[in-house]
Structures are given as C-alpha cells and as structure tokens.
Design a protein around this ligand. Sequence first.
Ligand SMILES: CCC(=O)SCCNC(=O)CCNC(=O)[C@H](O)C(C)(C)COP(=O)(O)OP(=O)(O)OC[C@H]1O[C@@H](n2cnc3c(N)ncnc32)[C@H](O)[C@@H]1OP(=O)(O)O
Length: 303
Amino acid sequence: MSVCGAARCWWIQTRGAVSLRVLQQNRTVCTTGAPESIREKLQAFPGGSIDLQKRQESGIAVLTVNNPARMNAFSGCMMLELEQRVHELESWTEGKAVIVKGAAGNFCSGSDLNAVRAIANPQDGMRMCEFMQNTLTRLLRLPLISMALVEGRALGGGAELTTACDFRLMTSNGVIQFVHKHMGLVPGWGGAARLVGIVGSQNALKLLSGAVKVDPDCGRQMGLVDEVLLCSSGEGETLTHAEQWLRPFIKAPAPVIQALKKVVVSGRELPLEQALKTERNVFGTVWGGPANLKALALKPKHK
Ligand SMILES: CCC(=O)SCCNC(=O)CCNC(=O)[C@H](O)C(C)(C)COP(=O)(O)OP(=O)(O)OC[C@H]1O[C@@H](n2cnc3c(N)ncnc32)[C@H](O)[C@@H]1OP(=O)(O)O
C-alpha cells in the first residue's frame, strides 16, 4: 500500500472510531463542547423562548421557536434553551417523533441580529457556531424521527435549522433561504455540511451562492422538501396535517421507532464496518423484545 493509501486508511479508521465514540457517548461529548465564556455571552441576550410540548398519547413532541416580535430570530438565551430542550428529548424513551416549528406562522429568521452585532468578532463567532453545531448535531441524532414544519420564512440560521431534521414539510407560503451571502457570511451552524448531504454539492452550491429563495416547488425538485401542505386557516390545523403525514412512519412501539432511527443515523454517519457493528448492537435491543414476540405470536402476512 502506498504512503498515501496507508494514511488514508488510518484516517478512515480513526475517524470511524471517533465517530462511533461520539455517537455512543453523544450526550457526554456534546454537553461539554462549548466553553463557559460563550454561554455567559449568550445569556446576556434575552428574549423569546424555545417551547417543548411532549404528547404522551401520540409520542410526538412539538418544539416551537418562539420569538414572534423578531420573526422567531434566535436570541442568545434561546440558543441555550434549545440545548436544554434537545437534552430533554434525548432521554424521552416513550417518544417517537419531534416536529420543529416556529410561532405565529413563521419558521425562524436566523440569529438575532442585535445579539450577533455584540459578538461580531471571529473568536466569539466561532464559539457560538461550535455551540450551535453541537446542539443541532444532537437534534439530528435524536432517536426520534424529526420534521421541520416550515410555515413562512426560514432564513439564515433558520434555514440551517431545517437541515438538522430528518424531513422538511413546507406550507404553500413557505420559503427556505440561505441568506448568509447577503450578510457577508457562510453557514456556520453546520447547515452547509448537512445541505450537501441532502441535495448534493452541486445544488448546495447553487442555493448558497445564489441565496436562492427556495419555494415549495423548487424545494421538492431539489429533494430539500419532502411534502407541501396547503396553507390552512389556523396554526393548529397545519400542525394536525403535519402529524397526519408522520403517522405511517411512527406506527410501531417507541423502542422499535427509536431503534430504526439509530440504525439510520449510524448508516448516515459511520464508515460501513462501524455502521454494521452498530446495526447488530441495535438489532440486539429489539430481537426477542416485546414487539418482536407479539408479532411472532400473531404470525402476520405482509400482503
Ligand atoms: C446564522 C446566520 C444568521 O442567521 S444571520 C441572520 C439572517 N437573518 C436575517 O438577516 C433576517 C433579516 N430580516 C428580514 O429579512 C426581515 O425582517 C424578514 C424576516 C424578511 C421579515 O420582513 P417583514 O415581514 O417585512 O418584517 P420586519 O422586517 O418588519 O420584521 C419584524 C420585526 O422583526 C425583526 N427581525 C426580523 N428578523 C430579525 C433578526 N434576524 N434579528 C433581529 N430582529 C429581526 C425586525 O427588525 C422587525 O423588528 P421591528 O418591528 O423593526 O422592531
């Protein structure tokens, strides 16, 4: 093997081991990710909230970005609160899915420009990004099926937030726009890396360099948007439609849905050998389990 080949092999193995450890010790690694100094700085920017409602009967949680006076922009406190909410969801063993939405008919207009101005130096910017990358990575790795429900606008960091979910549903008035270029920026919350994974590098480059307003048609064509919902009269109605869309995907006991999500995450993030190992381990958690035994007793025909 050439030196380059050996180095590449070593790098892949090391990356695999590290990735697996990160996936396995997800909580430990991520909660210690951000230095205290950036937490203190974010704390200084109040406003808005991140609301979490866990519906025990359906196993669906609703996570609402709530700052309507600023089009649901993320204040510093909201960034900290998002981390807390994700932490709560990580241990929700009865859960199956989470819907991420904005309050009052809009998704999210990114980071609060007032807060951003106050930490407009490269060091703080990178620490804020590290903090948000950690939280959004944990959101995407939740053992729950996640969906961004995009009503109105998802701009800048709001567009990045949509990519931290497994699915994106959009109402007919929805727009996802990576406006970073217009702000003299690039995505920093992990949105570019995830976007490439979703739509491919060619399309990602178009969306980022063109700051394209992705409407439902464009979103469907590129594979960024999974379903378009008609705009309905009430906020509650759109949420009900989103829950109906999720229903076929979560029609199984929570441990089975959570196991499915785990094998998809490992398949998405780990090198094949590591993903196969994780898949075997997760298989072991459901094989001979209550849902499996019940199904065997029923002798179902999958017609
Ligand atoms: C991670 C990188 C990033 O996220 S950079 C941030 C990217 N986001 C932006 O640049 C959004 C800038 N805002 C806009 O383009 C417009 O406000 C949008 C969202 C299109 C809404 O326009 P329109 O319907 O006319 O409402 P408006 O402008 O009067 O806004 C209502 C109030 O909300 C505020 N607002 C909006 N977005 C933010 C934001 N990101 N940070 C702080 N405040 C925001 C507006 O300033 C306005 O407030 P006010 O009524 O003037 O006090």
